[in-house]
Design a protein around this ligand. Structure first.
Ligand code: EPU
Length: 437
C-alpha cells in the first residue's frame, strides 16, 4: 500500500531551516533519477503483466505518477527501492486535472496508452513556474503516427483506430518527454518510425534499454536519430533506473559552495560532462571514479578563490537547465562577474529574486543573468520562498553557504525531486531541519 501523499496545502506549511556556514564533508549516495523513473514507469503501460523497476526514488513525483496510473487500473507495490507495477488490466484511459496539474510529466502516459488501448484522455498540463511548457510536439508526433488529437474542456483526447502507423517525425526542438512519449508510442506501431532531432538525455537511453528488454526493436540509442521497428506486443520489464545526474550535480555544487570536500557515490560521472568541466574551470579539483565523483579545493584554497565561469544551458550533452539555478548560487559566491544564459525555459530565473533577499547581486537581461559574486561572506540567511524544484535547491545551497539561518517556504517543491534530502545533507555535516506549522 502507498502511504497517503501529504496534501499540498498541508505541505505548503512546512518550512526548511538551514544554519549555514558549515563546510560539507563526506560522501553521499545518489538515488535513482526522477526523470528516468517517470518515463520508465509509464512504459509499463505498454505491456500487460507484472513489471519490476529497481533503484526507483521515493519522491512526491513518482508517487503522484503512481496515483495517475492507479486511475487506469494499475496496481503497485514498493519494497525498498524496488517498485512492482502490475499493468495487466487497464480499465480507464483518463488522467484527471487534479493529478496532472501537480505534475506535468503525467503527459508521459499519452504515448503508451494510445499505443496499447487506442485511446488516451489527459488533462492538458498548464504552464508552470519555469515557463509556458507547451506539448505541441508530443501531439504533432502522435498525429503523424496516425492518431487524432482533440483538445476540449482542458483535456487532450487522443484516438486511433487499430494500430498507430510508423512515420518519420522531425522535432524542431529536441524535447525530452516528447521524444520519450513518441518512442514509447512507436514501439507498438505498424512499421518503422524514425525520430529525427530527438533528445539525447541519458534518461532516454535508460528508456531505450527498458523497451528493448521488453522486446522492442530500436536503433540509434544515445543519438539524435532513433529508429523504431514496431512490434505487435511487448512483454513485462525488469529494469534498473539510472542514477540521478541532477541530484549528483546539486550535491557537488553544494559541497563546493560551502568550501567543503566530499564524494558523490553510486552515480555515473559520464552523465555530467558539462558540469564537471565548469566546476574545474571554477578552480575545483574533480576526480572521476567508475561510479563516484570526488570534489575538493586545492591546498590552501577555498570559496573566496572561486573563479567566475559563464554557463549557457543546452540540450544534453550541453549544460543542463536543471543545474542552472544551483550554479548561479555558486557564482554568487565567487569574486567577479559571470553570465548565466538560459536557453531552454523562458522563465527559469524565479530564484533570482529570492537569492537577492540573501544579499546576492544578480541582474537579469532577457535570457541572461549577470551574477556579481560577493565571496562567501556575501550571502546571509533570510526567509525565502521556493518556486520550483531546481530553484528550491539553489536556495538550499545558498542557505548552506550563507551566514545565519535561512528559512525556506513551500518545500514541497524540493520533495518532488530530492530523496531524503535532510538525511543526506545531515550526513554531510549540515545543520538542516524541517518544521511543520
Ligand atoms: N517544447 C515545445 N513543445 C513541446 C515540448 C517542448 O516547444 O511540445 C519546448 C519547451 O518549451 C522547452 C524545450 O522545448 O523550451 C525543451 O523542453 P522539453 O520538452 O525537453 O522539457 P520536458 O520534457 O518537459 C524535461 C524534464 C525537465 C527538464 C527538461 C529539459 C522530465 C520529466 N522533465 O522536461 O526536468 O528541465 O526536460 O532538460 O524529464 C526538473 O526535473 O526539474 C525538470 C523540469
Amino acid at each position: 500500500m502507498l502511504p497517503v501523499l501529504a496534501d499540498t496545502r498541508e505541505a505548503e506549511m512546512d518550512k526548511l531551516f538551514i544554519e549555514g556556514g558549515r563546510p560539507l564533508r563526506g560522501s553521499v549516495r545518489i538515488s535513482g533519477a526522477k526523470n528516468a523513473a517517470l518515463p520508465l514507469m509509464t512504459a509499463t503501460l505498454l505491456a500487460p503483466g507484472k513489471h519490476v523497476l529497481r533503484n526507483v526514488p521515493d519522491l512526491r513525483d513518482t508517487r503522484t505518477l503512481l496515483k495517475v496510473m492507479e486511475e487506469f487500473g494499475v496496481t503497485s507495490e514498493w519494497e525498498d527501492d524496488v517498485l512492482y507495477i502490475d499493468s495487466t488490466e487497464l480499465k480507464h484511459f483518463e488522467a484527471s486535472y487534479d493529478l496532472v496539474r501537480t505534475m506535468r510529466a503525467s503527459v508521459l502516459v499519452l504515448g503508451p496508452l494510445v499505443a496499447r488501448l487506442g485511446r488516451a484522455r489527459v488533462s492538458r498540463p498548464g504552464g508552470c513556474a519555469i515557463g509556458d511548457r507547451p506539448i505541441n510536439l508530443h501531439l504533432m508526433g502522435l498525429e503523424q503516427l496516425g492518431a487524432t488529437c482533440l483538445q476540449e474542456n482542458g483535456y487532450v483526447d487522443v484516438k486511433v483506430d487499430g494500430r498507430l502507423r510508423g512515420n518519420v517525425i522531425h522535432f524542431d526542438i529536441p524535447s525530452v518527454t516528447g521524444t520519450e512519449n513518441l518512442l514509447m508510442a512507436a514501439t507498438l506501431a505498424a512499421g518503422t518510425t524514425i525520430l529525427k532531432n530527438a533528445a539525447r538525455e541519458p534518461e532516454i537511453g535508460n528508456l531505450v534499454d527498458m523497451l528493448v528488454g521488453m522486446g522492442a526493436q530500436i536503433e540509434g540509442r544515445d543519438t539524435d536519430e532513433l529508429i523504431v521497428h514496431g512490434v505487435e506486443q511487448l512483454s513485462p520489464a525488469d529494469c534498473v533506473i539510472i542514477p540521478d545526474r541532477i541530484e549528483a550535480g546539486t550535491y557537488l555544487i553544494a559541497i563546493a559552495a560551502t568550501g567543503g570536500q566530499g564524494r558523490v557515490t553510486h552515480c555515473k560521472p559520464e552523465h555530467l560532462p558539462a558540469l564537471l568541466n565548469k566546476l574545474r574551470a571554477a578552480g575545483l579539483i574533480i576526480e572521476e571514479g567508475e561510479d563516484s565523483i570526488a570534489i575538493s579545493f586545492s591546498e590552501g584554497k577555498g570559496v573566496a578563490d572561486l573563479e567566475c565561469v559563464d554557463i549557457k544551458t543546452m540540450p544534453y550533452p550541453g549544460y543542463a537547465t536543471d543545474l542552472q539555478a544551483q550554479f548561479m548560487t555558486l557564482m554568487s559566491l565567487a569574486s567577479g562577474s559571470s553570465v548565466i544564459n538560459e536557453t531552454i525555459f523562458e522563465n527559469r530565473f524565479m530564484h533570482v529574486a529570492e537569492l537577492e533577499r540573501m544579499n546576492a547581486n544578480i541582474k537579469i537581461k532577457g535570457s541572461s543573468a549577470v551574477v556579481t559574486g560577493k565571496g562567501r561572506d556575501g550571502l546571509v540567511g533570510a526567509p525565502v520562498m521556493a518556486t520550483d524544484l531546481r530553484a528550491s535547491s539553489s536556495l538550499v545551497i545558498a542557505g548552506l553557504a550563507a551566514s545565519g539561518i535561512t528559512e525556506i517556504r513551500r518545500i514541497y517543491h524540493l520533495e518532488r525531486g530530492y530523496e531524503k534530502l535532510i538525511d543526506k545533507l545531515t550526513g554531510l555535516g549540515a545543520k538542516v531541519w524541517k518544521e511543520s506549522y
